[in-house]
Design a protein around this ligand. Structure first.
Ligand SMILES: Nc1ncnc2c1ncn2[C@@H]1O[C@H](COP(=O)(O)OP(=O)(O)OP(=O)(O)O)[C@@H](O)[C@H]1O
Length: 262
């Protein structure tokens, strides 16, 4: 990889305090245990592992929502600062798509406002140019302009996820971190949303971190894959290497699990 990575994590650990109200749990959870990973524009990095292995925690570190307990986060080659200005710059360059668009979007805001908001917050353009950017972005994700004036509940789950992707794209980021972006969708629209993400990556030269518990889905979209187990990166390789010659026992167990169709 020749270009400076957009985000690089070096030997990152995250220890969460246990959530309150849960009995019989240790008071700390070591969710991420020494993971190093770099991701550049133009590549799709897949992050796969069972529920609870630390994928979302790692994603939150990548987008600056979670400070590591130990280790380093580099943004465009420099240590990530936690000042308001640095977070804003990171927020512009790296955006996130969550699993459930119903909760990620504001239920009381029409689509136009959901997409205009990030532009306004970042002080980009005037009203006219923001409207033009919003329209272009909506078209990029394959939604008609009539979607501008609707509320999230007035469109389907797949269309809502397209709005969430448009929202992630509107600032023209270098990298999108997509955490289980198809898991909450009907099986019938999962492939469409996956194809949209890979098309956008190809068209816009974006970097994409694609997170899923399903190794088949990850294989479908990723150039490189990291397999996580209990907070550790147990295997890293190209999609082909992982599928043809996985070295780790856990990876082989994942591969032998029932194949799924996206
Ligand atoms: N904010 C938090 N406070 C306390 N514990 C947390 C917090 N977030 C995650 N954890 C715990 O850290 C571990 C890793 O969780 P994480 O959500 O990162 O895993 P995951 O692989 O993304 O799982 P899932 O696919 O179920 O979201 C789990 O044991 C989880 O309960």
């Amino acid at each position: 990889m020749s270009a400076t990575p957009v985000i690089e994590l070096k030997d990152v650990h995250v220890v969460h305090k246990s959530r309150t109200g849960k009995l019989f749990r240790p008071d700390k959870v070591h969710a991420v245990r020494g993971v190093s990973v770099a991701v550049a524009k133009g590549e799709v990095l897949g992050l796969v592992g069972e529920s609870g292995c630390g994928k979302s925690t790692l994603a939150r570190v990548m987008v600056g929502l979670q400070k590591p307990t130990e280790g380093e986060v580099l943004f465009r080659g420099k240590p990530l600062q936690h000042s308001a200005a640095a977070r804003k710059e990171l927020g512009r360059a790296v955006s996130v798509v969550f699993q459930d668009p119903a909760t990620a979007l504001n239920p009381r805001m029409i689509v136009r406002d959901q997409l205009t908001d990030p532009l306004r917050v970042h002080g980009i353009g005037d009203a006219r140019s923001r409207e033009a950017t919003v329209r272009e972005t909506l078209q990029l994700v394959g939604l008609p302009l009539s979607a501008l004036d609707v509320l999230p509940r007035q469109i389907s789950g797949g269309q809502r996820q397209r709005v969430a992707i448009a929202r992630a794209l509107v600032l023209q980021p270098d990298l999108i971190v997509a955490d289980e972006p198809t898991s909450a969708l009907d099986v019938s629209v999962r492939a469409q949303v996956l194809n949209l993400l890979t098309d956008l990556k190809a068209e816009l030269g974006l970097g994409l971190v694609f997170i899923s518990h399903d190794i088949n889905t990850v294989r479908y979209v990723s150039d490189r894959i990291i397999v996580m187990n209990a907070g550790r990166a147990v295997e890293t390789g190209t999609a082909e290497e992982i599928f043809t010659s996985a070295k780790d026992d856990y990876t082989r167990t994942l591969l032998s699990a029932t194949p799924s169709l996206l």
